[in-house]
Design a protein around this ligand. Structure first.
Ligand SMILES: *Cc1c(COP(=O)(O)O)cnc(C)c1O
Length: 441
């Protein structure tokens, strides 16, 4: 049984950060690289469901889920049991030396639940960035081309290739170059700012890539169906569909980076399903295994088989404990009908945030799908970014036991990525704190 069970309630006992966090922060500053920053210097001891508990006993309503990782809730009983059981059986064999069933089972589940009814295969990896790297590698091998198209405000990771693919210089890229070549950034669809239809935004993206790169030099286009780090930018209807059609007509592999938007986050297995696209490859990571590190590239079998045997792999990739946790997450989403929770959470968040927008003109836009909702803060009466307001609201919320995540190229977006296990009561309580935070601006 789960001996760390945590009451699902908000509780602020000390100043935030409390004295134990302050002491740990001192130790941390001495030995942890300054390059690893934390949004909040509050040290977490345990968590369950939608509540995290810090070392001083404060309990926070978690609206960030470790950036959308704890989709089915912290220390989910099924995940804990599956991982514990697996730990005693086998923790490592290295699939490229001697295989084991759980790796195969995860690939079966991915083939079943990713968009598209065609034959699919997968490769398992350790992190989102590694999935992006491998997707590009495979697309290049399959097409014999090298160009990679990405769109503005994208986030794809922190490795050398994925830094090249990521939009925002600070903090992800500045001074860390030179970056991998042949990566081409094109304008995205950002309805709040560009006002373009999906068709017009896609025509702009495509024209840019055709002129700057040329279709026949492009191996792939990589897009997030809903941009995560970029601020939960939902493209205008038809945008992704038009991009995919252009890719198909031109032999360009269409890759959906669903590392943040996939695994039931939006009320479907993958956000691509809301956009009427069936990507040639889909990338999965964050929400797949209840916090254990595992990631995947899943794609059309003929593309995934383009690599020579031995071309793909990695020491820890597809680790048995992480794979067992992933199988448990897939099982829970299906057997507990967690796909319904996205609509429930959207049904609480969207109307409440829209009501706040009517009250506080600093909220310029409310957007998102399912349990992936954001507000963009502006200078009232304009579309100019207001990062200062975001910082104040997030700080007030933290002081009052609500963990909020920020996002956006201009730091002016608050993103809501609660666990699907969060109750309407906790959501409403957190929204009350956020209302107070706006009132104090
Ligand atoms: C988090 C993220 C990544 C990188 O994943 P890591 O596991 O941090 O390497 C890539 N793409 C998207 C859309 C992400 O949200």
């Amino acid at each position: 049984m789960n001996t760390t069970a945590v009451a699902q309630e908000r509780l602020v006992k000390t100043a935030i950060p409390g004295p134990k966090s302050v002491a740990l922060q001192q130790r941390r500053l001495a030995v942890v690289s300054a390059g690893v920053a934390s949004a909040l210097p509050v040290f977490i001891e345990r968590a369950h469901g939608a509540i995290v508990v810090d070392v001083d006993g404060n309990q926070f309503i978690d609206l960030g889920s470790g950036i959308g990782v704890m989709t089915i809730g912290h220390t989910d009983d099924g995940v804990v049991a599956a991982a514990q059981q697996q730990l005693e059986l086998l923790t490592h064999a290295m699939f490229t030396i001697t295989p084991y069933e759980s790796y195969v089972r995860v690939c079966e589940l991915l083939a079943e639940h990713t968009p598209g009814s065609f034959a699919k295969k997968s490769v398992l990896l350790n992190s989102g960035a590694e999935a992006v790297e491998n997707a590009v590698k495979i697309a290049r091998k399959f097409t014999g081309r090298s160009g990679v198209g990405v769109i503005d405000h994208a986030y794809h990771g922190r490795t050398n290739l994925t830094m090249a693919m990521t939009f925002k210089a600070m903090p992800y890229k500045l001074g860390f170059g030179p970056f991998a070549p042949d990566v081409h950034h094109a304008p995205n669809s950002y309805p709040f700012h560009d006002g373009l239809s999906g068709a017009d935004a896609a025509a702009r993206t495509i024209s840019y890539l055709e002129k700057k790169v040329g279709a026949t030099d492009l191996a792939c286009i990589v897009v997030e169906p809903i941009q995560g780090e970029g601020g939960f930018v939902v493209p205008a209807p038809g945008y992704l569909r038009a991009l995919q059609e252009w890719c198909t007509a031109n032999g360009v592999v269409f890759i959906a980076d669903e590392i943040q938007s996939g695994m039931a986050r939006t009320g479907r297995w993958y956000a691509s399903e809301h956009m009427d696209v069936e990507p040639d490859m889909v990338l999965t990571a964050k929400g797949i295994a209840g916090g254990l590190p595992i990631a995947a590239v899943t794609g059309r079998a003929e593309i995934m088989d383009a690599s020579h045997p031995g071309g793909l792999g990695g020491t820890f990739a597809g680790n048995p404990v992480a794979a067992a946790a992933a199988i448990s997450v897939f099982d829970s989403i299906a057997s507990k009908n967690l796909l319904a929770e996205g609509a429930r959470i959207e049904g609480v968040l969207k109307p409440a945030l829209t009501a706040l927008q009517a009250k506080y003109p600093v909220i310029g836009d409310v957007r998102g799908i399912g349990a992936m909702i954001a507000i963009e803060l502006v200078q009232p009466g304009s579309h100019e970014p207001n990062a200062a307001a975001v910082a104040s609201v997030a700080a007030y919320a933290a002081q009052h036991g609500v963990l909020l995540l920020t996002a956006g190229t201009y730091g002016n977006v608050i993103r809501f990525l609660p666990s699907l296990a969060i109750s309407n009561e906790l959501l409403t309580e957190a929204l009350g704190v956020i209302d107070e935070a706006f009132a104090t601006l």
